[in-house]
Design a protein around this ligand. Structure first.
Ligand SMILES: *Cc1c(COP(=O)(O)O)cnc(C)c1O
Length: 240
């Protein structure tokens, strides 16, 4: 009974998001197909992921390495692509390099080199995005825009990392319109990094439930949407 209810809610959530993504893309002359939707399943139980996956969704995002590892193990064998969207500490890099298909939060040379070594040890390539702190917030993860070229050079020298583009978590703004200049900034940084670059960086991972339409207008190719698909997220457990 409860599972059926979950499936119905998530089906509606997914359908609603697809409709909104399509409308936002078409309204600014973009192809909706070029926008990937990462269903952010952090703190939601595995049943919700299973429900979404049975409904045909296969791209999920988690922000905690250990929580993700448990879910990924539980859901092994399913056709699911997992993205890490939370800050990665060095001591969790080994698990992350094993579990995830893409690490969206590479934000310092040390973690890039560490992931590269681990990927090499595991005999795999790892897709990564460079996380940029476009808001210049002190406590926020992400490389300073001014240091992005140096980090890019480091990642480019990592044979087992495949850099796809940039990711950002801008400062929270009540009005999604106020996030627009942060999204623009990420796109400009990507375009600048692409000058004279052989294989251009494509992806811009930006936009969440409350502001993804603005992000799409500004060129997002990956949006990260949790609550708009799964409903209200259970609160953080204390001690985390
Ligand atoms: C939680 C989270 C999201 C999704 O947030 P919603 O408001 O639930 O859509 C997106 N990106 C990151 C990095 C997150 O941590």
């Amino acid at each position: 009974m409860e599972y059926t209810l979950t499936v119905m809610e998530i089906r509606d959530g997914l359908a609603g998001i697809h409709k909104r993504v399509e409308a936002a893309a078409l309204a600014c002359g973009r192809d909706p197909e070029e926008i990937k939707i990462v269903a952010v399943s952090k703190r939601f139980p595995a049943e919700k992921i299973i429900a979404a996956n049975e409904l045909g969704h296969s791209l999920f995002g988690e922000n905690q390495v250990q929580e993700a590892r448990d879910k990924i193990a539980l859901l092994e064998g399913r056709d699911i692509e997992w993205h890490l969207i939370g800050h990665l500490q060095s001591n969790k890099a080994r698990i992350a390099a094993q579990c995830f298909d893409c690490i969206q939060t590479v934000d310092r040379p040390k973690i890039a080199r560490r992931l590269d070594n681990l990927a090499s040890e595991f005999g795999r390539d790892l897709e990564v995005l460079m996380q940029v702190n476009v808001g210049g917030e002190e406590q926020k993860a992400g490389i300073d825009p001014g240091d992005a070229p140096q980090l890019l050079a480091v990642i480019d020298e990592c044979p087992n990392l495949r850099l796809q583009g940039l990711m950002t978590i801008p400062p929270y703004t009540e009005d999604p319109e106020d996030a627009r200049n942060y999204f623009q900034k990420l796109r400009e940084i990507r375009d600048t990094l692409n000058e004279g670059r052989g294989v251009p960086l494509q992806d811009l991972s930006m936009g969440m439930s409350h502001d993804f339409e603005v992000a799409i207008q500004e060129g997002a190719t990956i949006i990260r949407v949790g609550t708009a698909i799964f409903g209200q997220r259970p609160p953080l457990k204390s001690g985390r």
